[in-house]
Design a protein around this ligand. Structure first.
Ligand code: CA
Length: 223
């Protein structure tokens, strides 16, 4: 497992690297935003991102990493920077640590975010039209057909279907759906998500199309 550590404090960087290596992780170091973007690759499995960087706003960097990759991001902020933490989560971070943090807590967070993202190791399908039995989802045309009939979905309902349909047969965690559809990590949307899924099932008359995986999220019927 490769952790990209973005940290401008040399001493902290050395300590983190030594600790994570001892804990069995591979590490890649970046001392600023430019280095971080350069070091980000398909091998990166977790990003540990200090928000206080010399060359770029950490939140902006978080957003840029998220634009390029679905890699789990853990942000680190000072205790007093509650607003920054919230902004970081909104910018696509998966979790946060408050500095100074315990390295064992760091490992626990890494394990938690990678466990969550592992459900999505599967690559999203590149297909724009997805057929499951008599249901057809046209992602680019934003249309859902059941037995050839077009079903009227609201924008949000279609967004939810689209997120799920891109991963046929894979459990997509609730947090992930909420982040993609509402662009927030606010868990209060969980209830709203349930209501929308209920509405999609009713409108399509195909309850089995979206399976609820209790405590985790939803799974779109595989083919
Ligand atoms: Ca810093």
């Amino acid at each position: 497992m490769t952790v990209l550590i973005v940290e401008d404090d040399d001493r902290l960087m050395d300590a983190l690297r030594a600790f994570l290596r001892k804990a069995g992780y591979d590490t890649v170091s970046a001392a600023d935003g430019a280095q971080a973007l350069e070091a980000l690759s398909s091998d990166t499995e977790v990003v540990l991102l200090d928000l206080g960087l010399p060359d770029v706003d950490g939140i902006e960097l978080c957003r840029r990493i998220r634009e390029r990759s679905g890699v789990p991001i853990i942000i680190a902020t000072a205790r007093s920077h509650v607003q920054e933490r919230i902004r970081g989560l909104r910018a696509g971070a998966d979790d946060f640590l408050v500095k100074p943090y315990n390295v064992l807590e760091l490992v626990a967070r890494i394990e938690a975010v990678t466990r969550r993202s592992r459900a999505l190791v599967a690559e999203p399908t590149a297909e724009q039209v997805i057929d499951v039995a008599d249901v057809r989802i046209d992602l680019s045309g934003r249309q859902l057909l059941v037995g050839g009939d077009s079903i009227e979905l609201t924008r949000t309902e279609f967004d939810i279907v689209a997120v799920l349909a891109r991963y046929p047969g894979v459990v997509v965690p609730r947090e992930r759906i909420i982040r993609e559809v509402w662009q927030t990590d606010w868990h209060a949307f969980s209830r709203s998500l349930e209501v929308h899924v209920g509405s999609i099932r009713r409108k399509t008359g195909r309850g089995e199309l979206i399976e609820t995986v209790r405590g985790v999220g939803y799974r779109f019927a595989g083919r």
